[in-house]
Design a protein around this ligand. Structure first.
Ligand code: GAR
Length: 206
């Protein structure tokens, strides 16, 4: 099996626990990869502190004037930085903006996202809360390739989580995150081992 070392660029907006799970998987030799760069659209995001602690180059990416998307000058700068740091795989780890076609064109079939729901249910913001309010019995997480839509690209891995009677949004999200921290490194491992192919929307794992 030919394993290629992934050169990962991470985009995140929050605490960075998913980025941490990737860094931990690399340290444990469960994933052949290096995190080359971490970018955050939130200046004081914890993900930047985590990156610094691990000696990973990181920067705040000023995405103004846009509030919900990565577009224009910020998008150009983002692509340039990811290229400058030699990234070949882009990981959206809690990045709360829509990425546009320019970034997808720059890294074709190499932009992955994690979403805290079993897609295609509950796209968008606070998916675990949407699931709880809807009354589903199973929630979970999805790792997927990013396409031009919102949370709509081909699905690589899903991990289900039961919804318990006494769940609050916080307890449910915490249990979903436990599964996220397994699913994202696993999807990246499959990618590095060249075991992923897809026809149309359907992803096949060898
Ligand atoms: C994660 O639960 C991730 O699935 C979610 O944000 C959280 C980030 O946590 N992403 C989205 O909702 C994107 N639509 P983290 O910063 O600790 O990795």
């Amino acid at each position: 099996m030919a394993v290629s070392k992934l050169k990962i660029g991470v985009l995140g907006s929050g605490s960075g626990s998913n980025m941490q799970s990737i860094v931990d998987a690399i340290a444990a030799k469960m994933l052949c990869a290096e995190v080359k760069l971490v970018l955050s659209d939130v200046q004081d995001a914890k993900i930047l502190d985590r990156a610094k602690r691990h000696g990973i180059p990181c920067q705040w990416l000023d995405c103004a004037p846009f509030k919900t998307k990565l577009e224009g000058v910020a998008e150009e700068r983002c692509i340039q930085l990811l290229r400058d740091y030699g990234c070949d795989t882009i990981v959206l780890a809690g990045f709360m903006r829509i990425v546009k076609q320019e970034l997808l064109n720059a890294f074709p079939n190499r932009v992955l996202n994690i979403h805290p729901a079993l897609l295609p249910s509950f796209k968008g913001i606070a998916a675990w809360k949407q699931a709880l309010e809807y009354g589903v019995k199973w929630a979970g997480c999805t790792v997927h390739f990013v396409d031009a839509g919102t949370d709509s690209g081909p699905i690589i891995i899903q991990r289900p989580v039961p919804v318990l009677d006494d769940d609050t949004p916080e307890t449910l999200h915490a249990r979903i995150q436990v599964e996220e921290h397994k699913a994202f490194p696993e999807a990246l491992r499959l990618l590095s081992e060249g075991r992923i192919s897809f026809i149309g929307r359907r992803v096949y794992v060898k």
